[in-house]
Structure formats: structure tokens, C-alpha cells
Design a protein around this ligand. Structure first.
Ligand code: 5GP
Length: 213
């Protein structure tokens, strides 16, 4: 069966990585889509786990070769999902989770209308600003840029299937797990499991009246 596709978008600092990690701890058979990017590797990130790091020339040659399911420029860098990510998920029977921005989410929804999209919203601008500062990763200038970016991204929440307001981590992970489990229980995703159950009922029908005697 083709994998279910879950798109998660959120302004940076909204706690997306924590929620995503919580989801992966709680739900099996999920694969994280590793994107290509031209941005520099940060602290603990690892090649092939967080991203595949490359340069602009290589990325542009991949665009020309139509190798991406979607791609976009975010904060001056290229980011893109390689077509092979879907195949890799299918090969191991997993569903695919993508952490991509609003531009990429819109492109992917066009290509895969059944994809389930989730927008994570911080409880307020003040809270987002506090979280960005607490991370201690960015300069004041970058924080201001991320806050401006957040305001733009948030205006796109209406394009998503689900909106998750991240007030409290445990409850938000719970909500994310529910969305994934709900999608997996859709009838169209259950056919492989339903068929063998139906087969157990396909014996000779009981003679009329026997049950009511
Ligand atoms: P960061 O540099 O903080 O890891 O990511 C910056 C933004 O790029 C985030 O909003 C993230 O969701 C987005 N992003 C990461 N990978 C992709 C991708 O493959 N495609 C698109 N469109 N956005 C991505």
C-alpha cells in the first residue's frame, strides 16, 4: 500500500521538533523524510539524519532534473524533498512524515491530495519570542527575522487539514498521535486488514432459523 503522508509545518521555535520526536517515540512504522538543504549544518545535526547538505549548484541541478517532490527557498536557503523519500517509506511499509514549510506543503498537497497536513501554532507571539530566545541559537537579528517569518507562515493556517495549538508538550504529542492513528483507521487505509477478517466469515451460511431456535 502507498504510504500515508503527514505534513507538519510550523514557524521555527514553535516546538515542532519536540512534538515530532514525541510522535516517533509513540507511534511505530513512521519514517521521517530527510530533506536536501543548502543551509549550513547546525550543532548536533547529522548528515543524512537531519538533512542532506549540499550546495546551490547541485541543488539547482536537481531542480532541473525534476528530482524533487517539492522544494522552496526559506530564509535564503534552498530546501527540498527528494522523490525517493516516498519510495523509501513504501519499501519498509512505513508512513512518511515531512517537516516542511508552507510553500512546500502547498506543492505537496497538489501532488498528493490525500496527504494529511498539520499546522502547529504557538499560543502567542510573546511565547514564540520567549522560546526563540531560550533556545539561545540565534542572534537578535535572526530572531526578528524568524518572528517576521512566523507572522507570514501563520497566515497560511487555513490551507491545512489540522491546526494544533502547542500549549503543553504532552497534550500536543497526544493530539499528534491521535491525528496519525485516525488517518490509519480510515476505511480506505484498512482494506488489507479487513479482507482477512471477512474471509473468516466466508463459510457456509447457517441454515435459516437455526440461530433463532
Ligand atoms: P531549519 O533551517 O530551521 O531546519 O528549517 C527552516 C524551515 O525549512 C522550516 O520551516 C522547515 O519546515 C523548512 N523545511 C525543511 N525541509 C524542507 C523541505 O524539504 N521543503 C520545504 N519546502 N521546507 C523545508
Amino acid at each position: 500500500m502507498t504510504p500515508s503522508v503527514f505534513i507538519i509545518s510550523a514557524p521555527s521555535g514553535s516546538g515542532k521538533s519536540t512534538l515530532k520526536n514525541g510522535l516517533f517515540d509513540r507511534v511505530s512504522n513512521l519514517r521521517f523524510s530527510v530533506s536536501y538543504t543548502t543551509r549550513k549544518r547546525r550543532g548536533a545535526e547529522r548528515e543524512g539524519e537531519s538533512y542532506y547538505y549540499t550546495d546551490r549548484a547541485h541543488f539547482e541541478s536537481m531542480i532541473d532534473g525534476d528530482e524533487f517532490l517539492e522544494w522552496a527557498q526559506v530564509f535564503g536557503n534552498y530546501y527540498g524533498t527528494h522523490r525517493s523519500e516516498l519510495d523509501k517509506a513504501e519499501a519498509v511499509g512505513a508512513d512518511l512524515v515531512l517537516d516542511i514549510d508552507v510553500q512546500g506543503a502547498a506543492q505537496l498537497k497538489k501532488k498528493i491530495p490525500d496527504a494529511v497536513s498539520i499546522f502547529i501554532l504557538p499560543p502567542s507571539r510573546t511565547e514564540l519570542e520567549q522560546r526563540l530566545r531560550a533556545r539561545g541559537e540565534d542572534s537578535e537579528e535572526v530572531i526578528a527575522e524568524r518572528l517576521r517569518g512566523a507572522a507570514d507562515e501563520i497566515r497560511n493556517y487555513g490551507k491545512y487539514d489540522y491546526v494544533l495549538i502547542n500549549r503543553e508538550v504532552t497534550a500536543s504529542i497526544e493530539a499528534l498521535v491521535s491525528i496519525v492513528c485516525g488517518q490509519r483507521m480510515r476505511r480506505t487505509r484498512m482494506e488489507d486488514q479487513i479482507r482477512p477478517i471477512l474471509e473468516t466469515f466466508e463459510t457456509e451460511p447457517a441454515e435459516k432459523g437455526v440461530l433463532s431456535e
